[in-house]
Design a protein around this ligand. Structure first.
Ligand SMILES: Cc1cc2nc3c(=O)[nH]c(=O)nc-3n(C[C@H](O)[C@H](O)[C@H](O)COP(=O)(O)OP(=O)(O)OC[C@H]3O[C@@H](n4cnc5c(N)ncnc54)[C@H](O)[C@@H]3O)c2cc1C
Length: 420
């Protein structure tokens, strides 16, 4: 039986392991942390946001970035610095802001997102996974009439991909999510996508890893990859260091890279250039004080670039994008705007004193289109670079990667799969 080794046990790695095992491969997973989904997949915004396929690299992005430059509470913070990889990424990002590239990227992400939603629902039904899921849609909230106008244009993109969405006036917003009533006077309206969902990516990944283990996938936790070995055309093994500092070279027939923001460093010595750079984001997870005052429909405050999801007896608020390297510290100052937002929109709903701050590194490509497909070695594959939508796109990406490895026609048409 062909052995596929998955590198990384975030949401993209564990879903890849599941689909590959289901296709009949022997699968092992290498992860430096003591369990699955402990890095970027740990405390993200929780949204399965099929209705938001537009990448951040858009025609209006450069102007928005300039407007926010230097503001302490800005949702986007850019530290230019001298890192050549960061500059390459920023220049790539600017190129992807061209209107025709933005349209093409949004179409690719939308096609994959629709497939991913179907895969997630099928997997949940098949395995009975529980992860604080809510199937009540996402409300994209707008505070200005101009934003409502832009949302009208977006409906075309969504309907082209069969993604259901409707514009709502303020009364309809409150009818859909009564907890918004105190905030209604500041709203201009919303776009509601009823088929979107939310849920805890960390719980989902843990539950799926458990099912994968029971199905025969071998997980190597506390196992750090220090190098990837290669011959002329093939990957020959992976050098790892265990928690007790002993080392070994692990071998398989094929290798799938799901290393989040850390892939480029390990792949560079092989001559493989992955256009991925970490875009840091923050979240706070806050226990509920009064559940009746808290929303259960997942929300995106489009003006503030903040998302909010109900996860069981807690609310998760997430946002901000910081381009400054690999630091994952969650400073109180950077989390403060998220708590301020929660207090303003849902006063009394949650116990702010018990908020748990977190920061993670979105593995972003300049286009936000993930890298799925074959690498420059015959037995090297990628399922990585899912940026701001890794939770949304995980199941579909893993499924189409498995199609590609088995030689089947991938289930998503019009996606730019990597061809080696
Ligand atoms: C604030 C924030 C909010 C977000 N909100 C949403 C949202 O609402 N919806 C959505 O769809 N997406 C969201 N995302 C994006 C999503 O969380 C990511 O795209 C996704 O988690 C990436 O998963 P991954 O498996 O690629 O990376 P990771 O989860 O980081 O997994 C990579 C794994 O590789 C391991 N690894 C790395 N290097 C090594 C090594 N040398 N040896 C061994 N193991 C190694 C790491 O330990 C890690 O476990 C958000 C992200 C952030 C930061």
């Amino acid at each position: 039986m062909m052995h596929v080794m998955v590198l990384g046990a975030g949401v993209t790695g564990v879903t890849a392991a599941w689909y590959l095992r289901s296709a009949g491969y022997a699968v092992s997973v290498i992860e430096r942390q003591p369990g699955p989904a402990l890095e970027t997949s740990f405390a993200n915004g929780g949204q399965i946001s099929i209705s938001h396929p537009e990448p951040w690299s858009s025609p209006s992005a450069p102007l928005i970035a300039l407007r926010w430059l230097g503001r302490e509470d800005a949702p986007l913070r850019l530290h230019l610095g001298t890192d050549p990889a960061r500059w390459r990424w920023i220049l790539g990002f600017l190129r992807e802001c061209l209107p025709h590239r933005h349209r093409r990227n949004a179409d690719a992400i939308a096609a994959l997102a629709v497939h991913s939603g179907n895969c997630l629902r099928a997997l949940r039904a098949q395995l009975g996974l529980e992860y604080d899921q809510q199937q009540r849609g996402i409300l994209h909230l707008f505070r200005a009439a101009a934003e409502m106008q832009q949302a009208r244009h977006k409906l075309g993109l969504l309907s082209r991909h069969g993604i259901r969405a409707q514009l709502c006036d303020v009364d309809q917003c409150v009818a859909l999510e009564p907890a918004l009533r105190g905030f209604a006077s500041t709203l201009a309206g919303a776009l509601y996508a009823p088929d979107d969902e939310s849920g805890n990516a960390n719980r989902f990944t843990g539950a799926l890893a458990e099912q994968a283990r029971a199905a025969g996938v071998k997980f190597h936790y506390d196992t750090r990859i220090s190098a990837i070995r290669h011959g002329d055309a093939r990957i020959s093994g992976v050098d790892v260091t265990y928690a007790d500092e002993t080392t070994e070279t692990l071998r398989a027939d094929a290798y799938v890279v799901c290393l989040g923001s850390h892939g480029p460093t390990l792949l560079a010595p092989l001559g493989e250039r992955l256009p991925i750079y970490p875009v840091k984001g923050y979240s706070v997870t806050v226990p509920l004080h009064d559940p009746a005052l808290a929303p259960s429909v997942s929300l995106t405050d489009e003006s503030r670039r903040i998302v909010c999801s109900r996860l069981g007896n807690e609310l998760r608020i997430a946002g901000t994008a910081e381009i400054r390297g690999y630091d994952v510290g969650a400073s109180a100052a950077r989390c403060a705007p998220l708590l301020k937002w929660l207090d303003a929109v849902f006063p009394g709903a949650a116990d702010l004193d018990r908020a748990r701050p977190w920061a993670g590194l979105r593995p972003c490509t300049p286009s936000n289109v993930p890298i799925i497909g074959r690498g420059g070695y015959t037995n090297l594959w990628y399922n990585t670079g899912h940026g701001s939508l890794g939770w949304t796109l995980a199941c579909g990406s893993a499924q189409v990667l498995t199609d590609l490895i088995t030689g089947a026609h991938p289930a998503v048409d019009g996606f730019p799969f990597r061809r080696g």
